[in-house]
Design a protein around this ligand. Structure first.
Ligand SMILES: Cc1cc2nc3c(=O)[nH]c(=O)nc-3n(C[C@H](O)[C@H](O)[C@H](O)COP(=O)(O)OP(=O)(O)OC[C@H]3O[C@@H](n4cnc5c(N)ncnc54)[C@H](O)[C@@H]3O)c2cc1C
Length: 402
């Protein structure tokens, strides 16, 4: 039987905000900035010291497409804004036909690109801070303080100790729905093939970069273990959800063990690893069971409460509208999620978790959170038309068929 240590102490109230966003991955950044742009006071809490989450710290430096694969750009708003930012200063692999950001391009290539995750990190600092969001790095959100199903605020742990921040609305952008789960919101666990992505440099990559003139070619995106579909997953390795410290540790160490064997079989001095990921590369850990769960069969469907479009990165012409209801759970008035923990299942979960779509749901959650504060309305009661008007004002395309 489990035994427990009873603890009792007082925690300092360190601040009061309209909106608190937990997690500074791309979804959390989009949520924080979009709420701040609507005049909310916003606090962003991030446990690492870099912004961007998997898209920077996780070395996942490939921005999946924002076009439908048939030549039409479909994802606008912050999904497009952050695409431009990711490519603004560093090297990239964008197809020339998309370089001027057209609505349509006559090319077989999709509107997608590799970018530099380190330079994207620098650009994100500036982008976030210019919006007026208060940022605390190296700050772990420990638990939501609940009064029944209402979240009053969040307890955090950082260098200064343990503190409490009060909020009108909370957005859980931890990627793992950790805050929702601890608040008692129904969630669903995922599972993951073993993957460890690092950047490898050797004579071949250096020569390739010399030939192409593109510095991104000077390193190879090196995958140890599995691809998205399980190819390369070791037969004896379990599928892990990554929801305990033991599982995260096993996932990271097992992946690194594969990489170590591959590297140490090579001759000393003939290669280097320019970067290792500083967070576990888990795709689907835990997600909300929301007011609606997006599924593969929703491909091509129109939703009257759409907040934006998600394009399928692997199937050309396949497009999903993103209903507002994937962001919250009825009964919980002031809790939203965004990014890879929104309410979607099966292949739709794969589509909604990638970088541009995580940003789209982040932007929608931030707008909804700000409007909930302004109108003192709960997430389920918020008039979706108001959210849609704001999103359209900031450039988002809501529907596949205009
Ligand atoms: C192996 C792999 C390959 C992928 N390939 C691609 C690809 O090629 N293209 C693509 O577009 N997408 C890809 N993805 C998906 C994509 O990278 C992520 O799903 C997306 O970046 C998720 O963004 P997010 O903001 O929702 O979550 P995350 O990036 O996970 O961000 C969550 C943030 O919250 C922080 N956090 C967590 N808990 C707490 C807490 N308690 N307190 C404070 N902070 C906290 C974390 O430190 C992190 O910064 C891939 C993912 C993986 C794992």
């Amino acid at each position: 039987m489990d035994t427990y240590l009873a603890e009792s102490f007082s925690t300092k109230v360190a601040g009061v905000f309209d909106v608190i966003v937990c997690g500074g991955g791309v979804a959390g950044l989009a949520a924080a900035v979009s709420a701040a742009r609507l005049g909310s006071s916003v606090l962003l809490l991030e446990k690492s010291v870099n912004l961007g989450g998997l898209a920077t710290n996780g070395l996942i430096s490939y921005y999946e497409p924002i076009c439908n694969g048939l030549g039409d750009k479909l994802m606008y708003g912050m999904a497009s804004e952050l695409f431009q930012l990711a490519l603004a200063h560093g090297p990239d692999t964008l197809e020339d036909a998309w370089r001027s950001d057209p609505d349509h391009a006559e090319t077989g290539k999709r509107y997608e690109a590799f970018y530099s995750p380190t330079i994207f990190t620098l650009a994100l600092d500036r982008w976030l801070l210019s919006s007026g969001v208060k940022l605390l790095l190296d700050t772990l959100v420990v638990r939501p303080v609940m009064e029944n199903t209402h979240c009053q605020g969040l307890v955090v742990e950082h260098k200064g100790g343990r503190e409490y921040y009060q909020a009108k609305v909370v957005v859980d952008a931890t990627g793992d729905a950790d805050i929702l789960y601890r608040a008692g919101v129904p969630c669903v666990a995922g599972s993951n093939f073993l993957t460890y992505i690092s950047y490898l440099v050797d004579e071949k990559t250096i020569n390739r970069a010399k030939n192409t003139g593109n510095l991104l070619d000077s390193r190879q995106w090196h995958t140890s273990g599995s691809d998205l579909w399980g190819k390369g997953h070791p037969a004896d390795a379990p599928l892990l959800s990554g929801l305990t410290a033991e599982e995260v540790t096993e996932f990271v160490l097992s992946g690194r063990k594969l990489l170590t064997a591959e590297c140490f079989a090579r001759e000393k001095g003939t290669y280097d690893l320019s970067c290792l990921p500083s967070m576990a590369q888990l795709r689907t850990t835990r997600r909300l069971e929301g007011a609606y769960t997006l599924q593969e069969t929703d491909q091509g469907r129109t939703f009257t409460d759409s907040m934006g479009i998600a394009v399928d990165f692997s199937k050309r012409g396949h497009v999903y509208e993103l209903p507002y209801r994937i962001l919250y759970r009825p009964g919980f008035d002031n809790l939203f999620t965004a990014g890879r923990s929104v309410s979607s299942s099966g292949w739709a979960w794969e589509v909604t978790r990638v970088i541009p779509v995580a940003i789209a749901t982040g932007q929608a959650a931030g707008v909804a959170a700000a409007l909930c504060c302004q109108s003192e309305t709960s997430a389920p009661a918020l008039e979706i038309k108001l959210v849609q008007e704001e999103l359209v004002r900031s450039g988002v395309r809501l529907h596949n068929q205009n």
